[in-house]
Design a protein around this ligand. Sequence first.
Ligand code: LHQ
Length: 262
Amino acid sequence: MSDNPVLYQVQGGVATITLNRPEVLNALNDALMNALGAAVSKAANDEAIRAVMITASGRGFSAGADLSAVPAKSDKPRDSGGTLRERYNPMISTIRAMPKPVITVVNGVAAGAGMSIALSGDIVLAGASASFLQAFAKIGLVPDAGSTYFLPRYVGEVRARALAMLADRIDAATALSYGMVWKVFPDDQLQAEATKLATHMANMPTRSYAAIKQALNGSLDRTLADQLELEANLQTELGRTEDFREGVSAFLQKRAPNFKGR
Ligand code: LHQ
């Protein structure tokens, strides 16, 4: 048994959050979810952190909610919605809203709410042997933790409905072809490639990334007029940043920029 259900490491402005219950494919129990929520909030609130990676130990990313914690028979059934409101929803909202990029690094199977966490990243990377499974309907539940929001936006209604209802396990190549993941790497190169990307992103103009997230989060729900206005407001803010001045100076001086995230 792993003592620490979530590991948190910092290097070069990148926080790496690792789900760490490999013996049960990182199934999400209360201890893991509490630690994950705390780790995500810590990375979100630390200004020195300019990119975040969420990955996992062992051969899986996450098998979703820990089913061994669900009593088979109980007079007082567990309030799953309450668990979502208390633990999952704030964490997914923080991942989407934090003013820095989050890269989810899917090293193996991502099932149920584990798949939702995988899809919540700004950039989703997968290893060649990763797989994705909307396991919910198989046990009589509805997709949660954002899956019904992310899936239709990424893969379209036809595939979202079939994936949710049929609960077929799809491989990384299929997920890539559906537009659910940005890139697939050979398994033994995934972590190195993810770290390279996160380090690169941690050295980019972080406020630009924050604004991109703000502009794209929910953009499909806004009108063109609202979106144009939001872009203009964000551009006013960014036009006043140190990193914008540095980006333009570096371009004109034909040198590499040195962005500070300010
Ligand atoms: C597990 C689990 C698991 C415990 C594998 N729990 N031990 C619901 C309620 C409340 C609030 C929050 O949200 C949710 C939403 C959800 O996430 S519902 C969906 C829950 N997840 C599932 O239904 C997936 C269940 N797991 C599977 O279908 C398979 O294990 C997958 C397809 C993920 C992987 O299959 P395999 O690669 O064949 O591995 P395995 O089945 O042999 O699992 C390895 C071990 O992990 C095994 O333990 P053992 O002691 O036999 O080695 C499993 O019992 C354990 N494990 N998933 N969710």
